[in-house]
Design a protein around this ligand. Structure first.
Ligand SMILES: [Zn+2]
Length: 270
């Protein structure tokens, strides 16, 4: 029997940690039932690399964007470069973008400027956004609320504006994001011993807002913690979610695949 279809909505297969064995990683993903992965970029160079990877590998869809940790030298001209890259066929989102007050590698004011400019680009192109947030929840939600509030009533992103990737907030934070139409991405930490808050979030989310991700090569789920992560392990995230939602692996796989297909308008069955 075939494994239930899964979509890893966040992984970084363009990173050099896969240069030695990318085909094997993709093979194992397919064996695990993964029918698509979304590979966000972190800067202009990786945006171009992701486009190339997505064009050459049918499993991979790309996103282009500048990560907050790489936004210190952000300039408006960068948005033009992203716009040109985003026109490529297999680019399905703008990301990853957001705010990171934990690492604080770029001035916060610059991070916010880069985020707002890329949200504007996403709205202009009607591409959903992939959001990174570390210790900046209040500012992220405020900026997203303004952005959504400024979209015209018939804008195609209303109801599917994007995903809060690798969510690490509270049940209430998640509810606020869902009220704005966002999806919530759950990663490997849900399998960790001390992740009760994340499990409560995963249990409370509406069916139609839930996404599964690996964030590979990072955040490797139990029992592979400490090793490099890869998209095949997204099944461990789905399995743990099934446990906390008192559901089945098959049901979580089917629902999250459907959600990913809808959010990113993926040309795969879902
Ligand atoms: Zn990421």
């Amino acid at each position: 029997m075939n494994a239930p279809a899964l979509i890893d909505t966040h992984c970084h297969l363009d990173f050099e940690s896969y240069d030695g064995d990318r085909p094997a990683v993709l093979f194992r993903a397919r064996e695990a039932g993964v029918i698509a992965v979304v590979n966000p970029a972190v800067d202009l160079v990786s945006s171009a690399a992701v486009c190339q990877l997505a064009a050459s590998e049918p499993l991979i869809f790309g996103a282009v964007g500048i990560h907050p940790n790489n936004s210190a030298d952000f300039a408006v001209a960068h948005v033009d470069e992203l716009r040109a890259l985003a026109r490529q066929l297999r680019v399905v989102a703008i990301g990853e973008i957001g705010l990171d007050y934990y690492r604080d590698r770029s001035p916060r004011q610059t991070q916010r400027r880069a985020l707002e400019a890329q949200l504007e680009l996403a709205a202009a192109l009607a591409l959903p956004v992939i959001l990174h947030n570390r210790e900046a929840t209040a500012d992220v939600l405020a900026i997203l609320r303004d952005w959504i509030g400024g979209l015209p009533a018939n804008h195609p992103l209303l109801g599917r504006p994007g995903v809060l990737h690798s969510f690490s907030g509270t049940v209430d934070d998640a509810a606020q994001a869902v009220a704005l139409g966002f999806y919530i991405g759950i990663t490997g930490p849900i399998t960790f011993k001390n992740a009760d808050m994340l499990r409560r979030v995963a249990a409370a989310l509406p069916d139609d807002r839930l996404l599964i991700e690996t964030d590979a090569p990072f955040l490797t789920p139990h029992p592979h913690r400490g090793e490099r992560n890869e998209p095949a392990y997204v099944r461990l995230v789905a399995d743990r979610i099934a446990g906390v939602r008192l559901s089945t692996y098959e049901a979580v796989a089917a629902q999250t695949t459907r959600n990913a297909v809808r959010l990113f308008a993926l040309p795969v069955p879902g």
